[in-house]
Design a binder for this molecule. Structure first.
Ligand code: NAD
Length: 540
C-alpha cells in the first residue's frame, strides 16, 4: 500500500432502526444472544486468552441488576508482570514495521467492524453499558469505524510532515514510536474511546497494555478478537483487566513506561500523574501523559436564541445515555425572555421521557452503569430535595428495584455558586440558572469561572455580534465549543475532541494532533558535501 495516496475516508452514516426494519431484527437477535449468557472474560496476552488467577468479579446488566452477563477473572501480580514482559518482547519487531503495513492492518480492523462485527459490537455496548440502540450505533458502529479509518489517514499525513528541503543537507524526520510501552486506560462509557486509546499508539508503532473498565470488558474482548483477526501481531496490544490501582502498582514501577493514554475521571488522572512524578527517576524516558478527564458541559442561551433548537439540544445533551458523557450538558444559563417561552415545554417533555430496558427501542434512556454510580446519584438527589436553594422542576427520583434507574432531572437555582453548577455528577441531572436579559455579559463571566472543567460548551444566539462576543469571552471555558447546537456528539475525524483545565491535557483524541503524542521523532541528516577544512576563513 502506498500511504501517501490514501484519501480521507467518508464518514459512516448511522443507521436509524426504523420499527420493523431488518436492522432492528438483527440487533435484537445479537442483544438476546449476548445478554442471555455469562461471558468468561479475562486477560489476553500474546494473542491468547489467559484465565486470571486473582479475584473473580461478577458483572450484571445495569438495567436488570440481578442478571449476570459476565465473569471476569482478574490477574495476579505475576500475570501482570508476564503481560508486561510479553509486550516488551514484541516491541522491536513491531516498531520496525512500516507505516504501510500498520495502516493496512488498521484499515482491515475498520472493514471487519463495518462488514462483519458491527451488530455484535453495538449489541455488546447496549447490553453492558445500557445504551439505547441509537447511542450504541453512534458509539460502537459509526464512531468506531470512522475513528480507526481517519487515524490511518492522519498517521499517513504525519509521515509526510518533513522539514523544508535544503540544498546542502538532506534532513528527514523518522517518526519513531516511544521507547518502551504505552499504558492505555479506558472508561466505561464509550466503545469508541476504548478503541482509539488501545489502537492509536499501536498505529504509530508502539506496544500497548490496555486496561479497560471492568464494566466495559465485553466490547473490549470483541475488539481484541477483531484486532487479531485483522492481522495485528500477537502481543502488540495486550489486555489486562482490573480495577486499576493493582495494575498500576506493577506498570508504573517499570523503567519502560513510555506513556499513559487515559480517559476517565479527573481524580484518577491526577493520582496517576502524581504516581508517575514520584517514580520519575526510575524511568528511561519522561513518560508522555495524555488524559481526557471530567466535564461540566454548559449551554448559554442569549435572548435571540432559537427556542425550539435550544429545547432539543438541552434534552438530548443532558439526558441521552443518562448524562454519562463527559460532554453532557449539566448546566444551562438561560435568558429570562427565552425561559418564559420554553420552560413549560422543556419541563413537560423531560417529565415524559421514557426510560427502562434497552430492548424496548422506544425508550429514550437506559440505566446508569452500576450500583456505585446509582448510590452516588441517589445521595446527590436526596440532598438536593432538602436544599432550599434549589427547585426540582422535573424528575428527582431513583429506583434500583429492577435496574439502576435515575429519572431525568431538571433543577432551577438562583445561586450561581451552588455546586450543581460546578461539580460533575455524571448522571441525568441538568441545573438551570435564569438571568435577566440585560445581564448577558456578566453571566459569561460566571460560566467561565464557576466550574474547574473546560471540556464542552454551546452558545445559542442568532445575533452574530453576540456569538462573536461570547466566543471571545469563553475562549478558555471549553475545548469544544458549539454554536447553535448541543455540546455532545463529535463527528469522528472532523471534530477533534478534548478540553483543558480540569478536563485534561487537551491532546484531542481522534485527530492528527492526538497521534503526534505517540511518536518521538528522530532527525536523520545526511550530508553529501561535508567539509574537509578545520580552520574557518577568518582563522587562516
Ligand atoms: P474512572 O476514572 O472511574 O475510571 C476510568 C478508568 O480508570 C477505568 O478503567 C478504571 O478502572 C481506571 N482506574 C481507576 N483507578 C486507576 C488507577 N489507579 N490506575 C489505573 N487505572 C485506574 O472513570 P469512569 O467512571 O470509567 O468514566 C467516567 C469519567 O470519565 C467521567 O469523569 C467522564 O467525564 C470521563 N470521561 C472523559 C472523556 C473525555 O474525553 N474527556 C470521555 C469519556 C469519559
Amino acid at each position: 500500500m502506498n500511504v501517501t495516496t490514501l484519501n480521507y475516508p467518508i464518514n459512516t452514516t448511522p443507521r436509524v432502526f426504523l420499527p420493523g426494519s431488518s436492522d432492528v431484527t438483527e440487533i435484537g437477535a445479537a442483544i438476546t444472544q449476548l445478554s442471555n449468557q455469562v461471558h468468561e472474560l479475562s486477560l489476553i496476552i500474546d494473542g491468547r486468552k489467559v484465565k486470571g488467577g486473582g479475584e473473580q468479579v461478577k458483572v450484571f446488566l445495569p438495567h436488570r441488576k440481578d442478571q449476570q452477563y459476565a465473569e471476569i477473572a482478574l490477574p495476579t501480580k505475576a500475570q501482570i508482570n508476564s503481560a508486561l514482559s510479553n509486550t516488551l518482547k514484541v516491541r522491536e519487531a513491531w516498531s520496525n514495521t512500516s507505516m504501510a503495513e500498520r495502516v493496512t492492518i488498521f484499515n482491515k480492523i475498520a472493514d471487519l467492524i463495518e462488514f462483519k462485527y458491527k451488530n455484535y459490537l453495538v449489541a455488546a455496548t447496549m447490553v453492558g453499558q445500557s445504551k439505547t440502540v441509537f447511542q450504541g450505533e453512534i458509539d460502537a458502529a459509526a464512531g468506531l469505524i470512522d475513528s480507526i479509518r481517519f487515524n490511518t489517514k492522519f498517521a499517513a499525513e504525519i509521515e509526510k510532515m518533513q522539514p523544508p528541503e535544503s540544498e546542502i543537507t538532506n534532513i528527514t524526520l523518522d517518526y519513531r514510536p516511544l521507547e518502551g510501552f504505552v499504558y492505555s486506560i479506558t472508561p466505561f462509557n464509550f466503545t469508541t474511546t476504548s478503541a482509539i486509546l488501545s489502537t492509536a499508539p499501536a498505529l504509530m508503532g508502539n506496544v500497548v497494555i490496555w486496561k479497560p473498565s471492568i464494566t466495559a470488558m465485553l466490547p473490549a474482548h470483541i475488539l481484541m478478537d477483531i484486532y487479531h483477526e485483522a492481522g495485528l501481531p500477537a502481543g502488540v496490544i495486550n489486555l489486562v483487566p482490573g480495577y486499576g490501582p493493582e495494575v498500576s502498582e506493577v506498570l508504573l514501577e517499570d523503567e519502560n513506561l513510555a506513556g499513559i493514554y487515559f480517559t476517565g475521571s479527573t481524580k484518577v488522572f491526577r493520582q496517576l500523574w502524581k504516581d508517575v512524578g514520584d517514580n520519575l527517576a526510575k524511568y528511561r524516558n519522561f513518560p508522555r501523559l495524555v488524559g481526557e478527564t471530567g466535564g461540566k458541559g454548559f449551554v448559554v442561551a442569549h435572548p435571540t436564541a432559537d427556542r425550539d433548537k435550544l429545547v432539543s439540544a438541552l434534552i438530548r445533551s443532558a439526558f441521552e445515555y443518562q448524562g454519562q458523557k463527559c460532554s453532557a450538558c449539566s448546566r444551562a444559563y438561560i435568558a429570562q425572555s427565552v425561559w418564559n417561552d420554553i420552560s413549560e415545554q422543556l419541563i413537560s417533555t423531560i417529565a415524559n421521557l421514557k426510560f427502562g430496558q434497552i430492548e424496548d427501542f422506544k425508550n429514550f434512556m437506559g440505566a446508569v452503569i452500576d450500583q456505585a454510580s446509582f448510590n452516588r446519584l441517589h445521595t446527590v438527589l436526596k440532598e438536593i430535595a432538602g436544599d432550599g436553594d434549589i427547585k426540582v422542576l422535573a424528575g428527582g427520583k431513583t429506583s434500583d428495584e429492577v435496574g439502576y434507574f435515575v429519572e431525568p432531572t431538571l433543577l432551577l437555582s438562583n445561586n450561581l455558586g451552588h455546586r450543581i453548577f460546578s461539580d460533575e455528577y455524571f448522571g441525568p441531572i441538568l441545573a438551570v440558572h435564569v438571568f435577566p436579559d440585560e445581564q448577558y455579559e456578566s453571566i459569561l463571566n460566571a460560566i467561565d469561572s464557576s466550574s474547574p472543567y473546560a471540556l464542552t460548551g454551546a452558545i445559542f444566539a442568532t445575533d452574530e455580534a453576540a456569538i462573536r462576543f461570547s466566543l471571545d469571552k469563553l475562549r478558555n471555558a471549553a475545548g469544544s465549543m458549539n454554536v447553535n447546537d448541543k455540546p455532545t456528539g463529535a463527528v469522528m475525524g472532523k471534530h477533534p475532541f478534548g478540553g483543558s483545565r480540569a478536563s485534561g491535557t487537551n491532546d484531542k483524541a481522534g485527530s492528527l494532533q492526538g497521534l503526534l503524542r505517540w511518536t518521538s521523532p528522530r532527525v536523520v541528516r545526511t550530508v553529501t558535501n561535508s567539509t574537509t577544512e578545520v580552520l574557518h576563513p577568518h582563522q587562516t
